[in-house]
Design a protein around this ligand. Sequence first.
Ligand code: SP5
Ligand code: ZN
Length: 349
Amino acid sequence: MKVFYHADCLLHNPPFEILGKEVPYLETPSRLSIIQKALSEKPGNFEISDELDNNIDLREWILKIHESEYLDYLETAYDTWVSDGGDETAVFPEAFPHISLLPKKPYNPRELSSIARAGLYCFDLSSPITKDTYKSVLAALRVTLTAANEVRSLAAGEGVFALCRPPGHHAMPSLCGGYCFINNVAVAARFLQMATFQHSPTKLAILDIDYHHGKGTQEAFYTDSSVLYVSLHGENDYPCRLLLRGTTGDDEYCAALEHATTTIQSFDPAYLLVSLGVDTHIEDPICDFNITIEGYLRIGKVISNIQKPTLFVLEGGYDLESIGLNVRNVLDGFQGKNSLWDFFFFQYG
Ligand code: SP5
Ligand code: ZN
């Protein structure tokens, strides 16, 4: 399987976030390096490339999902913040301007103070903007769209992986949050539809297996019957939707996933996009599911039953001990390569 990756995705590195208290930033660059290392241990299964398609006009495609005012904010937020006297570490919201606090008349958002803007375009305290954040955000999208270009030449049941960060599925037209800034998968879906089939938007399915609900992705396509969004996520958890209970383990999860794959098969999309989060793992520091390392092999196998050209894009997953194997196992399970056997032969063969 081809894997696209770029070192600029490592640049976004805020020192902390606030989850009730100040904690080290969970969505850390080492997530990517660890996954890259795990994939490169299997050179026969994964071909990693950092040669990205520099001809893609990212702005053009971002604007299919996001507001230009918001893109303008992401690009200028850090410099404005610092020149207004803000801390050089990162743009960090300290006030969230509720609609009742905003001017009644039409106003130019650029005229708001940088503190007001930081809270206007962000919904939590997990998504600070550092000097290099915008560069990483663009790199993540370029990795994703380069991989999307590749998916067009794949056969049914083959896949390509966009190994990138920051993730995207929480990002809304004018809002960052949940470690997300630009909705990589949503932009890729529009890119695939419009660049491939300019005249008749072809059906696509997005399967979101991150622990969290990808509200940004869901809303982008809620009224669009050409894109089916299916998400398996934890109930009563951030940002609160329901499906699977907190104790969900491999069996229960795979049963629900099989249900999802049946729905997708009957929709019969041209391509499948997978929001690949492994924060469903039993040791994940912020999530409650109990998926095991071996469970991810099964998950990959179930996804392969959909038998479509498939674009995997990285979302969450915060247990640094297991993240490499978890991601590799989904992709190996999808490719019909059983890492358990490899492991066995490595240990005892
Ligand atoms: C892409 C992605 O996975 N973003 C997730 C962002 C989650 N941030 C909020 C974490 C809140 C943690 N609350 C712990 C509740 C445990 N049940
Ligand atoms: Zn998540």
